[in-house]
Design a protein around this ligand. Structure first.
Ligand code: NIG
Ligand code: FE
Length: 412
């Protein structure tokens, strides 16, 4: 299949050579080519340029994008989109004033999701998760990370990861998987060390044996896993080929950031609770700080201090955290809006964070995250809009008009 998009008002995130990531002041620069064409062939980006320089191209499909922008598909580097059921009852508790930690302590939260997931079959889970996968494709996402962590038994963690893998095989999404057995301690463990032992000695080897996880994660948080436990689990996962990606500093200054740096995590995610020391710890490291503003929005907590981190020269990535408990939303466009409105990131910074930097957070920066020759042809065409900043500005509507993944038109 050969596709030509012509008369593009603005080709966004267009780079001759793709950097690993963009950081600090550089995040304010977003390369956009006006009045452009984009040629895709055999699933890859073949060429792009100004309309005035375009030679004759005989494509199978020619799309006119007058008045519209073309973006590289979003990369959503943090989701829990395999789950059995939504949790609106807790939503109502929250409205009435209960905190996330209080709900979790009463057997709500993650343990509630685990109970429901344990009762669902692999096929049921797959069908429910596929609906969410289709939904995010329609919202502009082309690559996604999916975590386990609602199984909490060896059998059910494996079941979840198999479902996540199947989504990658049965949909056009590029999927990376993360083992999050260390999400919460199940009630039946009187001694938490017994559960941690199970994670290390049974779950990790079994998951590695089946090649089910690219990464390993832990919820490093008061009431969940301590920094010492997190470090121990991360180091063990690394021995089995899983690189760390850590839930850090969501509700408290948890030590998770420092563990991420120490264990050479690909990313540390959440970062609502950050002090100067945490910001400093991330400087001059290869760890991608990843912000999940959907969770702060939904839980009503403080937002991560994005400007402080940018001023310190750090890169930032933006992801949805799509999950039933703290962020029941898989919309990357909405994350752009929250980043701009609530974290004072500019549209340019937010778009860099949601494309090239999230690609780095999944080690996909060589193939995804920018319009660069030879990268995978994952792009979307917007509805007509005056500027690319209209995307985060006009929040709540879907401005994604046509989705192209792996060089094929998915929907228009
Ligand atoms: O990223 N923080 C831990 N895990 C999820 C929430 C999980 C849940 O409440 O079900 C998160 O916010
Ligand atoms: Fe999460």
């Amino acid at each position: 299949m050969e596709i030509l998009i012509q008369n593009i008002k603005g080709l966004v995130q267009v780079r001759d050579a793709s950097p690993q990531w963009v950081a600090g002041k550089d995040m304010a620069e977003l390369p956009v080519m006006e009045n452009a064409f984009l040629h895709m062939k055999d699933g890859k980006i073949e060429n792009f340029g100004y309309m005035t320089d375009m030679s004759v191209i005989s494509a199978d499909e020619v799309i006119n994008a007058s008045g519209r922008f073309v973006f590289p598909s979003f990369v959503d580097s943090h989701t829990h989109l395999v789950f059995a059921a939504s949790r609106e009852e807790e939503f109502v508790y929250k409205i009435k004033g209960m905190s996330y930690a209080e709900i979790a302590a009463r057997g709500g939260g993650i343990l509630n999701s685990a109970k429901k997931l344990q009762q669902a079959t692999e096929d049921e889970l797959f069908e429910r998760a596929m609906v969410r996968a289709q939904e995010i494709i329609g919202l502009g996402t082309g690559a996604v990370e999916i975590k386990s962590g609602y199984g909490l038994t060896t059998r059910d963690e494996i079941k979840m990861l198999r479902v996540a893998k199947r989504i990658g095989e049965s949909s056009p999404l590029k999927v990376k998987t993360t083992f999050l057995g260390a999400h919460a301690i199940p009630k039946e463990y009187a001694d938490r060390n017994d559960y941690i032992k199970l994670i290390k000695e049974e779950m990790i080897p079994a998951i590695a044996e089946e090649g089910l996880a690219d990464y390993i994660d832990a919820f490093c948080e008061k009431g969940f896993f301590t920094p010492e436990e997190t470090e121990d689990i991360m180091e063990h996962g690394k021995k089995f080929g899983m690189k760390p990606k850590i839930h850090a500093n969501q509700l408290h200054i948890s030590g998770g950031v420092q563990v991420g740096v120490k264990t050479k995590a690909i990313s540390v995610d959440h970062l609502e609770a950050m002090g100067e020391e945490e910001v400093k710890a991330l400087q001059n490291t290869d760890v991608m700080p990843t912000l999940l503003p959907g969770a702060a929005f939904f839980l009503g907590t403080a937002y991560p201090p994005a400007r402080e981190m940018l001023n310190a020269g750090l890169p930032l990535a933006l992801a949805t955290d799509y999950n039933p408990g703290s962020a029941p939303c898989g919309s990357m466009p909405l994350m752009l809006s929250l980043a701009c409105i609530r974290m004072k990131m500019t549209p340019e910074e937010a778009i860099n964070a949601a494309t090239i930097n999230t690609a780095y957070a999944l080690e996909l920066q060589g193939e995804y995250g920018s319009i660069t020759k030879g990268k995978v042809a994952n792009v979307f065409i917007t509805t007509e809009m005056p500027s690319y900043a209209y995307m985060p500005y006009a929040f709540g509507s879907n401005h994604v008009h046509t989705t192209i993944l792996n060089g094929e038109i998915i929907n228009k």
